[in-house]
Design a protein around this ligand. Structure first.
Ligand code: NAD
Ligand code: DAU
Length: 353
């Protein structure tokens, strides 16, 4: 038995691969292009483990994906591969269109050809699970109900528009060709191995370096936060029991303003790694120019996956963020290794103003 995972060297993908192999004796074929966001160090715990087969490649390379599908005969494909950072999509949308839209299309083409050639019983048990985001639904007013699976798509950034396009392609491959697809739309993840361009690891990294903690606009934008291991358990549950053709919203019922998130991280750092001068890390909070088209609020109604598949997150925001800060404090070498020259160039470009 094997599954094929794309983008499994990134933040969520690597957590998923590690968790999958922790309790299953199934081979994982992990195809990743190793962009700036992909890091094989995340998977170091699997060195020498024959159940993990890493392949350096692009989801847009149909010939490669077709060869891997034929060779390994996976019963599922889980598509994490994407360009994932909103600010990068604003500075340069091209890669987002190429990977998130064209790449997903080419991957679907390879999967369609493979699935069509399977014997009947295997065609029925095969699954293509597409990992998407709550950002496809756009921005909520303060008093609006949380996103449901039938909320209208209204993406506002090149990133979310490209993810929305990929979701539509996935749906179309079910409706038109019968490919057994599933889609999850998840809220903001945090936890181990998240690249320090995203809010929480960026704040931890900057705080420990005594640098400004950049808060966009008034800092009162709201996100729903989910510990990454809980997202991974939701994905496993959807693979096991999700109804083909359905989409599932995944979230932590944990809405927080960005300012609250940053303040919580500062309080934890004050406790776990206090500054020598006795000041709080919160004194480093700095308001900077807002993100263009910045979505004000996301909130997820996870009622469907809770009711129909019995999924529940294990961590609260308080327990998950504590573990996350502890993880970053214990893995400073990981952070040092990913904050390369290219990382520093990005930070200078992004926060220049
Ligand atoms: P990430 O940026 O950390 O990782 C993406 C991975 O995909 C990297 O390893 C990268 O090398 C790889 N990749 C990029 N282009 C590729 C290509 N053309 N072919 C093969 N591999 C390629 O992203 P993440 O935060 O782990 O997100 C994973 C998925 O989950 C994405 O699809 C994202 O849209 C979705 N998602 C993320 C969040 C979040 O909060 N991070 C929330 C909901 C959904
Ligand atoms: O909602 C799910 C999405 O969450 C995923 O689809 C994306 O892949 C993932 O990157 C994330 O998108 P966000 O834009 O919400 O995450 P980010 O960490 O970039 O920002 C979180 C919030 O913090 C957002 O309102 C912008 C703000 N922010 C971010 C950075 C990097 C700041 O105020 N300052 C910053 O320096």
């Amino acid at each position: 038995m094997s599954i094929l995972v794309t983008g499994g060297a990134g933040f969520i993908g690597s957590n998923f691969v590690l968790d999958w192999l922790a309790d299953r004796d199934e081979r994982v074929i992990n195809v990743d292009k190793l962009t700036y966001a992909g890091n094989l160090e995340n998977l170091a715990a699997l060195d020498g483990d024959g159940r993990h087969v890493f392949v350096h490649g692009d989801i847009g390379d149909t010939a490669l994906i077709s060869r891997l599908l034929t060779e390994h005969q996976p019963w599922a494909v889980v598509n994490f591969a994407a360009e994932s950072h909103v600010d990068r999509s604003i500075q340069g949308p091209d890669d987002f269109i190429q990977t998130n839209i064209v790449g997903t299309f080419r991957l679907l083409e390879a999967v369609r050809a493979y699935w069509s050639g399977l014997p009947k019983q295997e065609r029925e048990t095969f699954r293509f699970l597409h990992i998407s985001t709550d950002e496809v639904y756009g921005s909520l007013a303060a008093d609006a109900p949380a996103f449901r699976e039938d909320t209208r798509y209204e993406p506002n950034s090149p990133y979310s528009a490209s993810k929305a396009a990929s979701d539509h392609l996935v749906r179309a491959y079910r409706q038109t060709y019968g490919v057994p697809v599933l889609t999850t739309n998840c809220s903001n993840n945090y936890g181990p191995f998240q690249f320090p361009e995203k809010l929480i690891p960026l704040v931890i990294h900057n705080a420990l370096a005594g640098k400004a903690l950049p808060v966009y606009g008034d800092g009162l934008q709201i996100r729903d936060w989910l510990y990454v291991k809980d997202h991974c358990s939701a994905i496993r549950r959807v693979l096991e029991a999700g109804a083909v053709g359905e989409t599932y919203n995944v979230g932590g019922r944990s809405e927080q303003t960005n300012l609250d998130v940053v303040s919580t991280v500062c309080e934890l750092l004050d406790e776990l790694s206090p500054r020598r001068d006795g000041e709080s890390y919160a004194s480093l909070i700095t308001y900077v120019a807002d993100r263009p088209g910045h979505d004000r609020r996301y909130a997820i109604d996870a009622g469907k996956i809770e009711r129909e598949l019995g999924w529940q997150p294990q961590e609260t925001f308080a327990s998950g963020i504590r573990q996350t800060v502890q993880w970053y404090l214990a893995h400073r070498e990981w952070v040092a290794n990913v904050t390369s020259g290219a990382y520093r160039d990005w930070i200078v470009r992004q926060y220049a103003s």
